[in-house]
Write a protein that binds this ligand. Structure first.
Ligand code: AHR
Length: 312
C-alpha cells in the first residue's frame, strides 16, 4: 500500500504556480458556503490555482473529482468527505501518484497513512459542549429533547451525536426522545421538526431541540413558530456552527446557544502544504481548530455584525 510518508517532494516546491484540487461536498448549509468562500479567498491570497469541484452531496461525484485531479496531475488535493467510509481506493490512487491529500472539516475511516493531514475541529467535543450547556440550562428540570442529525454516515453526525450523549450522561432528567437526520439542510430541518412537533403533542412535550448544525436549527425555529410556540422559550434551541443567521436568532431570543466551527480550514491546510513542499516537513495528522460556545449573553448582534463584515 502506498502511503503519504513515502511521497517524494513534488514539483510544486520548485514551480512558481501550485495547483490544488478542492472537492467540496456541496452547498447544503451556510457554513459550507462560507468554507468554500474562505478556501477560494485563501488560495487567491497565496497565489494558488484552485480547481474547484462541487459534488452535490454525492460521494461518487467526489471520488470522480479526485480521480480527475489525479489524472490532471495537480500538486495537492483538498477534500471535505461527505461520508466517512469508502475512500481507501481513491486515496491509495492519490498516494501512488504522490499527490498529498488534506481532509477538510470531516474525517474518513481510512488509514491516516493515506492522507497528509486533516484539518478540523473536535466534533465530539462540540456535541459534548452543546449537551453540557443544556444540562446547565435546564438545572435539573425534566427535559425531553428532539435531535436533528446531520448527514447519515458523515463524521460530524456520528461524533456530534456521541458527544452530546456524553454531555448529558448522568443527567437523568434529560432524555432524547426523537432523533432523525435533517441532512444538514434548512429545508429538511424544518420538515423533520414539523413531524417531531406533531408527534409530541403539538410541541408541548418537547423541552429542547439539539441540531447538529445551525441551518437545521433555523429551519426548525420556523417550524416551531408556525406551530404557535416560541422558540428559545417554549423549546430551547442549541446547535453547532455559529453562522450569521444563528446569531440573528440568538439576538432575537429564538435560539439559545451555538458552538462555533470556523470555516477557515484552508488556511492551516495551505500552511501545512507549503511547509511540506518547502522541505518535506510532515504536519501533525490532525490539525485542530478551536470551537467555542456562544449564548444569548455573548453579544449576538455584535457577532452577527462582525460575521457579516467578514462576509461569512
Ligand atoms: O462538516 C461540517 C458540517 O457540515 C457543518 O456543521 C455543517 O453546517 C456542514 O454542512
Amino acid at each position: 500500500m502506498a502511503s503519504v510518508g513515502a511521497l517524494s517532494l513534488c514539483a510544486a516546491a520548485a514551480s512558481a504556480q501550485t495547483t490544488v484540487g478542492f472537492s467540496q461536498i456541496g452547498s447544503e448549509s451556510g457554513w459550507r458556503a462560507a468554507e468554500t468562500t474562505v478556501t477560494m479567498q485563501e488560495a487567491e491570497t497565496r497565489g494558488i490555482t484552485l480547481q474547484f469541484s462541487d459534488a452535490q452531496q454525492r460521494q461518487e461525484n467526489q471520488i470522480a473529482a479526485l480521480r480527475s485531479f489525479i489524472a490532471q496531475g495537480v500538486d495537492a488535493i483538498l477534500v471535505s468527505p461527505v461520508v466517512a467510509t469508502g475512500w481507501d481506493s481513491v486515496l491509495e490512487e492519490a498516494a501512488e501518484a504522490e499527490i498529498p491529500v488534506v481532509l477538510l472539516d470531516r474525517m474518513v475511516d481510512s488509514s491516516p497513512d493515506l492522507y497528509l493531514t486533516a484539518v478540523g475541529s473536535d466534533l465530539v467535543h462540540e456535541g459534548r459542549v452543546a449537551g453540557e450547556w443544556l444540562v446547565e440550562a435546564v438545572a435539573g428540570e425534566p427535559c425531553r429533547v428532539v435531535e436533528l442529525q446531520g448527514t447519515t454516515g458523515s463524521s460530524p453526525a456520528i461524533d456530534r451525536k456521541a458527544g452530546f450523549e456524553e454531555g448529558i450522561a448522568g443527567a437523568d432528567n434529560i432524555e432524547i426522545v426523537r432523533s432523525q437526520t435533517g441532512d444538514f439542510t434548512r429545508a429538511q430541518g424544518k420538515t423533520v421538526m414539523e413531524a417531531f412537533l406533531q408527534a409530541e403533542n403539538g410541541g408541548a412535550d418537547i423541552c429542547a431541540l439539539y441540531a447538529h448544525n445551525d441551518d437545521m436549527a433555523v429551519g426548525a425555529i420556523q417550524a416551531i413558530k408556525e406551530a404557535g410556540l416560541v422558540p428559545g422559550e417554549d423549546i430551547l434551541v442549541v446547535s453547532i456552527d455559529a453562522v450569521p443567521d444563528i446569531f440573528q436568532a440568538l439576538a432575537a431570543g429564538e435560539a439559545n446557544a451555538t458552538v462555533e466551527l470556523t470555516p477557515n480550514m484552508a488556511g492551516p491546510a495551505f500552511d501545512a502544504l507549503a511547509a511540506y513542499f518547502a522541505d518535506g516537513t510532515m504536519p501533525e495528522k490532525f490539525i485542530q481548530t478551536e470551537s467555542r460556545l456562544f449564548t444569548q449573553a455573548d453579544d449576538p448582534q455584535g457577532e452577527y455584525d462582525r460575521h457579516k463584515d467578514l462576509g461569512y
